[in-house]
Write a protein that binds this ligand. Structure first.
Ligand SMILES: Nc1ncnc2c1ncn2[C@@H]1O[C@H](COP(=O)(O)OP(=O)(O)O)[C@@H](O)[C@H]1O
Ligand SMILES: [Mg+2]
Length: 182
């Protein structure tokens, strides 16, 4: 299995001097393509900081992140177009759904499909909403959806830019979506 993401010796410090907090202290890990990884740890142990470094949101000041074998961040310096990488290859599901309030459920997913650049945005958005069993609410705006429905739409949006790969992967079955939305 190919490596999707590799982190090498990540170190991230917030603040300076006596107020400095070392959030990541020499963290290395490899995530294989097609694998599912759960990151567990007490509050304040650096989980969010690591996700932000791996997701190219807030890079660590030391160490490297490789994407599909290619170094894309080294010592806090981007070596690639990180916005494009995020847009085309990464999906985030936030604790709060963070849907765009003035777009319908369908449009929220469709715009992510279009930004991912894979084409067929509307068709794919409908398929994803159907997988997540929320297609009957495609014309509803976020405020008209329940919390669980909003989460399902957010999961569909996160899957919109599914990374290109030789073997197509499927979105999770609805039972997985229910668990994620609870
Ligand atoms: N923006 C920030 N400024 C200063 N300290 C921060 C900031 N973000 C996180 N921290 C500190 O870094 C440590 C790791 O935080 P975080 O990655 O959010 O942990 P977790 O997600 O595991 O709860 C904590 O001690 C936290 O207080
Ligand atoms: Mg956190």
């Amino acid at each position: 299995m190919t490596d999707a993401v590799q982190a090498v010796n990540l170190r991230k410090t917030y603040g300076r001097g006596s107020a400095a907090v070392v959030a990541l202290d020499d963290v290395s890990l490899t995530l294989a393509k097609g694998s599912v990884t759960a990151l567990l740890g007490p509050s304040g142990s650096g989980k969010s900081t690591l996700i932000k470094a791996l997701g190219f949101v807030s890079p660590a000041e030391h160490g490297s992140v490789l994407f599909e074998g290619r170094p894309v961040v080294r010592d806090g310096v981007p070596l690639a177009d990180l916005s494009k990488l995020r847009r085309q290859h990464l999906g985030f599901v936030f604790q709060k759904a963070n849907l765009t309030s003035f777009l319908t459920a369908l449009e929220n997913v469709e715009i992510a499909c279009e930004l991912g650049g894979k084409g067929q945005g509307r068709k794919r958005a409908r398929e994803l909403l159907a997988y997540l069993e929320v297609d009957h609410r495609e014309d509803s705006y976020p405020e008209m959806l329940s919390g669980g429905e909003q989460q399902r739409v957010a999961i569909a949006r996160a899957l919109a830019n599914e990374p290109s790969s030789s073997s197509p992967t499927s979105p999770p079955p609805p039972s997985t979506a229910s668990a994620a939305a609870s």
